[in-house]
Structures are given as C-alpha cells and as structure tokens.
Design a protein around this ligand. Structure first.
Ligand SMILES: Cc1cc2nc3c(=O)[nH]c(=O)nc-3n(C[C@H](O)[C@H](O)[C@H](O)COP(=O)(O)OP(=O)(O)OC[C@H]3O[C@@H](n4cnc5c(N)ncnc54)[C@H](O)[C@@H]3O)c2cc1C
Length: 427
C-alpha cells in the first residue's frame, strides 16, 4: 500500500518526515480517525475541541498523502469552479457550497495564526487565466458567477492581463482576493505536533489493514472505537469501500532554483499571484517565499494512469516548455520534481457517507483541494458530534453520475473518469 513517490519533494527537504513509532497493542477509544492528511487532522482537531477522545492512525506520516505534496494554493477553487456549481445547483445552493469551502480556507488560516505555524504562508491573490478565446469565455463566466453571488473579483481582458502577468500568450483572466499560498506538508506536520501537544494520540507507520466491526486492524495491534472516520482519500477503495466512486488523478510539480528579481519582475510585473489556466489538464504556477517558481501540470494520458509515474524527467521538460512558451525571456532551472495523486469522484465533487453496512463508519474522500478537505474533515466530526447533515445528499456516493456503474464497467475506470471530468468541467 506504500506510495512509491520518489523523494525529490522540495517540501521534505525543508523538514525530514520522520514518522513516529507505530501503534502496538490494543486500545479502546470513542473516535478513531484513519488518515493523517488535511481531512483527518482537521477532523481530529474538531473532535478534540469538543472534548471527545480521538485517536489518529496514519499509514506513513502526517502529510504523506496528497496533503503533503501540494502546490499549496489555498483558494476555494479546486477542480470545480463557482460557475459550475451555479449551473448545477442554482444560486442559493452554489453559494452555500462555496461558503462551505471558504470555511476550509478560513480554518487553515486560523490555525496558522493561532499556532504560529511556519509554513511559508503568503497572502497572494488567485488568478484564473485564459489560454485562448474559449478560455476567456470560461473566465468571464467565472467572473459573472462571482459577481452574481457577491464575491469580489476583477476581470482582465487580453490587453489588461499583460499588466499583471508578463506574457503575451494569455487571453484574459479573473482575479480575486482572500487566498494564500503555503507549504502544506509543513502545515500537516505542525498540526500533528499541535494535536499531540494537546494529548491526541497520533500513530504514524500504522496502516489500517481492515476494519472488522468496531475494530481497526493494524499490523501490530487493534483499535476498538465507537466511531470510525476514514479520511484516506484515494486509498479508501483499498479498504474495500467506494471502489467505483473514488479514483485518482495525477499531477506533477516542479520547483525551480531561486529566480532573480529581474525574472520575477518579468513574470509578475506588479504582485506575485497564484495562477492556473483554463485547460482541462491545467498548468499552474506561483512564487515561493525563497523566490522559486513552483510549476504544476500534467497530460491527459498520465492524469488517469493507474500507478504513480516515476519517470518524472518527461514532465520536467513539459513544465519547462510551458514556462518557455508563456515567458520566452525566462530561462528556468528545475531543481525538484515530483508526481502526486489525489482522490477524485466522477463529477469532481467530494464523496462522503456512512459505510453501507455499518453507520458508525464514515468515509471522507475525493476532497479535491485542501480547503475542501479541511471543511469536510470538520463536517464529518460535526456530523458525528451533533448530527450535521446538510451536505449528506449532495456529496453522497449514491448521487446521480452521468456515467453510472454499469457503463463504467464497460468503459473501464480511467476512461469513465476522463470522460466524466470533461463533462463536469465543460458541459
Ligand atoms: C501534486 C498535487 C498538488 C496539489 N495542489 C493543491 C493545491 O495547490 N491546492 C489545493 O487545495 N489542493 C491541492 N491538491 C489536492 C489536495 O492535496 C487534496 O485534495 C487534499 O490534500 C486531500 O486531503 P485528504 O486529507 O483528504 O487526503 P490525503 O492528504 O491523501 O490524506 C489521506 C491520508 O490517509 C493515509 N492513509 C491512506 N490509507 C490509509 C490506511 N489504510 N491506514 C492509515 N492511513 C491511511 C495516507 O497516507 C494519507 O496521509 C494537490 C494534490 C496533489 C497530489
């Protein structure tokens, strides 16, 4: 079950991810959370704050999954934009969902402030940028959705966008505030320390190999819990649940050597921003505090690959070519490069719900974004503590998907997901 990602991850070079000792023996508790990523840690924090005993078990180390590999764009946008939510749900529900994701952004920010977490926290606006004329229609639609629902944003046309991004290759953009960048691996590691310091047991190197009744079986012991919340994202199917409803997509990140101030001035003539473009398999970039350019992207074939792609050099070239094409005056040298997989559903919205047979087991997956993961982890906690339920149906694994289970068996999973994501984004 171990993730085979090679260790050329810039974030790890800043702090060695030394896992603590594995769980050994037997224990009883009120709540056990499986998974020490953004969702699991946020869930455990909420439960602990309510004064209820909680234990976290993590198969590797906190942040070993998607949460510790990200580009650290903390924005309510993720795979799904506000305009898509508006199309699907209408204004009232789209706004409720968006506010829910914003609560995830806010809770991450609040933890950084409250615990003084050193995680390269940088307030930067978000910029959703159009690659071409049809992309510009897309960003205009996003701007209109934001305006309709009362969110501040600025629309830039082809001429205006050159004032904030030093490239002639973009057709326009929508920009908005209240977002930030961070090193999400350091954030997860810090939250592990915060929780431990307040006596929440967190056992790393402790995979749940199966869940039998109220017992979580691990290689060296078993934990019995009244409630089990599984925040294992794309690994949930490994535990035998949601096999058709959760798959994964793969994306690649590169980090350059530090740029000169002249280079930065070319890319961001005014202020650094967190930028992503309008392609289905999109590219994205932002500046880190030590002036490195973080660039991400993928390609359709590898996005839906079954396993992590260890041949990263091809993607190093791709990411470099992207920057060369958009900013011909900038020559970058990539220093770190890594692939990462995140859990997804067919419509790019999360999957949450109780186990089909045991309602004391609850799954949180396909979060597609750190703010989503934080908000959903808290939602799962609130649901268990107070019976919260307002999104149960919207994010249920039993909701309607354009491609259903039978068709999925014929098409196979990767094709089903690629097709479904095209539909979710563009139709
Ligand atoms: C390369 C990359 C870049 C990204 N960039 C961004 C970004 O800029 N902004 C953004 O908002 N989102 C980004 N994302 C998406 C984001 O990382 C995820 O949506 C989010 O981290 C999901 O959090 P999670 O806690 O649900 O999952 P995870 O972080 O994957 O956590 C699940 C945890 O469960 C553990 N686990 C799995 N199985 C078991 C088991 N059987 N027993 C015990 N533990 C288990 C795993 O080891 C893992 O630590 C990115 C993802 C990737 C891969």
């Amino acid at each position: 079950m171990r993730d085979k990602t090679p260790a050329s991850i810039y974030w790890y070079s800043l702090k060695d991810p030394k896992p603590s000792e594995a769980f050994l023996g037997e224990m009883k508790t009120t709540v056990a959370v499986v998974g020490g990523g953004m969702a699991g840690l946020s869930c455990a924090q909420r439960i602990h704050d309510a004064g209820v005993p909680v234990v976290v078990i993590e198969k590797d180390f906190c942040g070993a999954g998607a949460s510790g590999k990200t580009s650290g764009f903390i924005t309510p946008d993720s795979e799904i934009e506000l305009s898509s939510l508006l199309d699907t749900y209408g204004p009232e529900k789209a706004k409720r969902i968006w506010e829910f994701v914003i609560s995830g952004v806010d809770s991450i920010r609040k933890n950084i402030d409250r615990y003084n977490i050193s995680c390269d926290y940088q307030v930067q606006d978000s910029l959703f940028i159009a690659n071409n004329a049809s992309g510009f229609k897309h960003v205009t639609k996003e701007y209109e959705a934001r305006t309709q629902l009362g969110y501040t944003s600025t629309l830039y046309d082809n001429a205006k966008v050159k004032e904030i991004i030093g490239s002639k290759k973009y057709a326009g953009a929508v920009r908005y505030p209240d977002t930030f960048g961070m090193n999400s691996y350091l954030y997860c590691q810090a939250m592990k320390d915060v929780l431990r310091a307040s006596d929440v047991p967190i056992y790393e190197q402790t995979p749940a190999t199966s869940i039998v009744g109220h017992e979580i079986i691990t290689p060296h012991g078993r934990i019995t819990a009244d409630h089990i919340i599984v925040c294992a994202d794309r690994f949930i199917p490994d535990l035998g649940a949601l096999k058709k409803e959760i798959y994964h997509v793969q994306t690649f990140l590169g980090i350059t050597k530090p740029l000169s101030s002249d280079q930065i001035q070319v890319i961001f003539p005014k202020n650094p921003m967190m930028v992503w473009d309008t392609d289905l398999v999109y590219n994205y970039f932002r500046l880190t505090r030590d002036n490195r350019l973080l660039i991400g992207g993928g390609d359709l074939f590898y996005t839906y690959a079954h396993d992590v792609t260890n041949n990263t050099s091809r993607f190093g070239r791709r990411l470099k070519n992207y920057i060369n094409k958009k900013f011909p005056l900038i020559h970058i040298e990539m220093e770190y490069l890594w692939p990462g997989m995140l859990g997804v559903s067919k419509d790019l919205l999360p999957i949450i719900g109780p186990d089909e047979d045991n309602d004391y087991i609850f799954y949180v997956g396909a979060a597609t974004g750190l703010p989503w993961a934080a908000a959903l982890g808290q939602y799962a906690a609130d649901r268990m503590l107070y019976g919260r339920s307002e999104f149960d149906e919207d994010f249920s694994p039993r909701r309607h998907f354009v491609i259903g289970r039978r068709m999925q068996s014929l098409l196979r999973t990767p094709a089903t997901y690629a097709l479904s994501h095209g539909i979710a984004k563009y139709l």
